[in-house]
Design a protein around this ligand. Sequence first.
Ligand code: NAP
Length: 428
Amino acid sequence: MNIAIVGSGPSAFYTTQSLLREDQDIKIDIFEKLPAPFGLVRYGVAPDHQKTKNIIRLFSKYLDEENVAYFGNVNIGKDVSIELISQLYDAVIISSGASLDKELILEGDNYKNLFGSAEFVGWYNGNPLHSKLNPNFRTKNAVIIGNGNVALDCARILSKSKEELYQSDIMDYALDTLSTSAIENIYIIGRRTPKEAKFTISELREMGELKTFEPKVNYNKEDLEKILNSGELDTKVKKNIEVLLSFKSNQKKYKKKIIFKFLSSPYKIVSKNDQTHILLKKSVVKNNNIVVTNEVENIEAGIVISAIGYKVCPIDGLELDPTKNFFANKNGHIKNNIYTNGWASGASVGVIGTNKIGASLLTKKVLNEVKSKKPYASEKIKEFLKQKLIKFITKDDWKKLDKIEIDLAKENFTRAKLADLKTIFKYL
Ligand code: NAP
């Protein structure tokens, strides 16, 4: 069997793993629009979470398999149409993740220093699509919208000193720009209560381990205790509340603060005389719904990052679900011989390992439903790309680049990612 996987992040590699476990003879071609593989692990996982990035070792093992080929820098839907790839392969699996920001709708959002987390995280992680972002940190207050782990990742990167980022693979240009930072207050804004926050415990705890910033919780201690004692509480929630309470009691008196603000819904951004303010309306949660009141608060915000979740990057020829956040599909089936899994197929929630189950389920479905045995398509695709003058990256190219990145790393850092296409092709 001859399968094309679109995307090269966790979902794509767990699918490769599952397919090869089911059938050693399957031929898999992985297509990635960026030059380097590993998607979210390389460009989403925070650079100071190197242990999480270790999963790349397992993924590389599958990339090394003889019957797995890699086509980096090939954009399916643009360079190669969905129709063509669907014709050439027995099955096509869209595992391209969710690489775009969900839009934060604010009145008056024509403000320059406002970034979505996909862009901002992509910037400090060397994603070629975001490496030219140019955020400005010469401001006292930063505001991060959202109460998920990505909001915490962004806050951590904004607050860590260069030394605290040792042993990471943060981009050199990001370190340089961060060293100009005048940020003293990082607001993390949630529209619900601490009980509904999506943080996970170890990521939240890290906020209390920073060397120059300390967490401050704008929520009444008694109300936090009330949540804690409110009966059947999910263990994860309970632990989060305990950590927030510990932040309130272990005050370090650092000048710089990470301020958790809850029950605040951002609705407007106003720029006047070189000053920008984000306006928040106090909210209440009733029957799990957010009810916004008319009580307004105003925070002067030199930089705003919206970390409110992700949506797919559309592919020509594939329809989106009505939410427009992922590809329309029925239990992973899109149409004809085209399937999808991971964040491309549903909500962008869950950790890297979550994709393993989805990959295994989809593999079984595809192998059950697809009976065709088309001739291997790799050579045809190579020929097609050469004719269209599309320079693609092979797995041998990637091996070379991988070594170069490690060799180029500065002292105390693990890797210097190549984020510029021209530079990448110069090395090959
Ligand atoms: P997330 O966990 O879904 O959090 C998104 C946050 O944005 C929620 O608090 C949500 O609030 C809020 N939000 C959505 N729309 C909003 C709006 N219009 N205005 C204000 N707030 C809004 O998403 P994420 O942080 O992007 O993370 C994605 C997934 O990756 C998660 O499953 C996360 O755990 C995972 N992840 C894990 C790690 C790790 O394990 N270290 C690191 C990063 C990410 P509501 O609840 O009110 O909708």
